[in-house]
Design a protein around this ligand. Structure first.
Ligand code: ARG
Length: 458
């Protein structure tokens, strides 16, 4: 490609270190689309003749058809997807192919291609999260009344409903989706026409190419446009946060599926057996989602470090932007799909959850609250009285509501038999009807709002 300047070809090492085709061939669709938009603009502006424009555009379609059918050939001498496509175009249509690169550089070309790729991936990620949200909402609705222990410090705290617990993840994903939307709005500017770094002397129409590629507008500074990878970082940051949420949900399933908990039976389709222990059913998919979060966050770190300290404008370091993004996107898509299946296809063992909710004095706060409401005792004192009741129940080895009224009255004479109604786990969750609380009616309200937001039938 640059025989004019160089006397000798590159060494084998140079060829290998320089070649990005092994991974950037993933950009072929975006590369063809951006080239077609570019040449259409060149034709419209009279920078290339309409005959050449048509030959190039048809030729690009022919190259695309070949890629679709046989894959993209990997010739290291051609370095990257941009030169691979241009070289094949030249083989197919002859010297007119050389006019495609007028008023363009690979620097604005790759910045455009990669933005298109990330934008598309972002939309797919968002659609995946919407599916996972639908699965959560469906299970939450079915389990708006199912009682389980709520934890703080992974110690039994207060009874909650499973629906409430699942809807907590709905909220995390709602924020994730809004982060994706922010990133999309910010990245939707077209670098094409920035050329190598300084813009071009040709009378191009940047608005036309931006519009043709569904960008909101062209980027405003050519130096920034060719050296900016914030769009990829925004995606990786959002992906990292999504992976954090998915790994937390995965961890819940891992704990819930363990025998001492026994809260959930995971679908066989997302579990594996052990090669030595016949009784085992392992939550491998959930563990891999938890593990993948490490690699996705690693990808974000990798690109930040690549970009750190680079002077304007393009430097070849930036070719290393793609592998971490591609890797993270693949891992994230799989993780979202796995968690969607896990949520949708798991069977929750609600009896077991309810039993567990009755252990650990989960309704102690309800006793304290009852003392405040019914006996007008200040909360701190009520807390103290309840502590004594828990201590006694612990000594006797019984639940709070198994203490006799006599025992309770001995702790504080103001307690009467109405207290028992407050001590059941059902009464406990039903009482927590503050906005956003765990009461089944509140959960149903959350579900209804979510259904509207997701465009599900209500
Ligand atoms: N393969 C290169 C990349 O991915 C394309 C841009 C090359 N630009 C250059 N000035 N060598 O970054």
């Amino acid at each position: 490609m640059w025989g004019g300047r160089f006397a000798e070809g590159p060494s084998a090492i140079m060829r290998e270190i320089n070649a990005s085709i092994p991974f950037d061939k993933a950009l072929w669709r975006q590369d063809i689309a951006a080239s077609k938009a570019h040449v259409a603009m060149l034709g419209a502006q009279g920078i290339v003749s309409s005959a050449d424009m048509k030959a190039i555009s048809d030729g690009l379609d022919a190259v695309a058809a070949e890629y679709e059918k046989d894959g993209v050939p990997e010739d290291w001498d051609l370095e990257d997807i941009h030169m691979t496509t241009e070289s094949r175009l030249a083989e197919l249509i002859g010297p007119a192919a050389g006019r495609l690169h007028t008023a363009r550089s690979r620097n604005d070309q790759v910045a455009t291609d990669f933005r298109l790729w990330v934008r598309e991936t972002l939309d797919q990620t968002d659609a995946g999260l919407a599916s996972l949200q639908r699965a959560l909402v469906t299970q939450a609705e079915a389990h708006a009344d199912s009682i389980m222990p709520g934890f703080t410090h992974l110690q039994t705290a207060q009874p909650v409903t499973l629906g409430h617990h699942l809807m907590a993840y709905y909220e995390m994903l709602r924020r994730d989706r809004s982060r994706l939307q922010d990133a999309r709005d910010r990245m939707n500017e077209c670098p094409l026409g920035s050329a190598a770094l300084a813009g071009t002397g040709f009378p191009i129409d940047r608005d036309a190419t931006a519009m043709a590629l569904s960008f909101d507008r062209p980027t405003a500074n050519s130096l920034d446009a060719v050296s900016d990878r914030d769009f990829a970082l925004d995606y990786l940051m959002a992906a990292s946060q999504i992976s954090l949420h998915l790994s937390r949900l995965a961890e819940e399933f891992i704990i819930w599926a363990s025998q001492p908990f026994g809260f959930v039976r995971m679908a066989d389709s997302l579990s594996t057996g052990s090669s030595i222990m016949p009784q085992k059913k392992n939550p491998d998919a959930a563990e891999l989602v938890r593990g993948h979060a490490g690699r996705i966050i690693g990808a974000a770190t990798s690109l930040m470090i690549t970009m750190k300290g680079l002077p304007l404008a393009y430097s070849k370091d930036m070719q290393d932007d793609k592998p971490p993004v591609f890797e993270a996107a693949g891992l994230l898509a799989l993780s979202i799909a796995a968690m969607t299946g896990m949520v949708a296809d798991s069977t929750f063992k609600t009896d077991r959850m309810r039993q567990a909710a009755e252990l650990g004095y989960a309704t102690a706060t309800d006793l304290a609250d009852w003392l405040v409401t019914e006996a007008d005792i200040p909360f701190r004192e009520a807390h103290h009285i309840t502590g004594a009741a828990v201590k006694l129940a612990e000594q006797r080895g019984v639940a709070l509501d198994e203490l006799s009224l006599e025992d309770l009255k001995a702790i504080d004479a103001r307690i009467d038999e109405r207290v028992y109604a407050a001590l059941s786990v059902e009464a406990s969750v039903a009482a927590r009807k503050s906005y956003g609380g765990t009461a089944p009616d509140q959960v149903r309200n959350q579900v209804t709002a979510a259904r509207v937001e997701l465009g599900m039938e209500t």
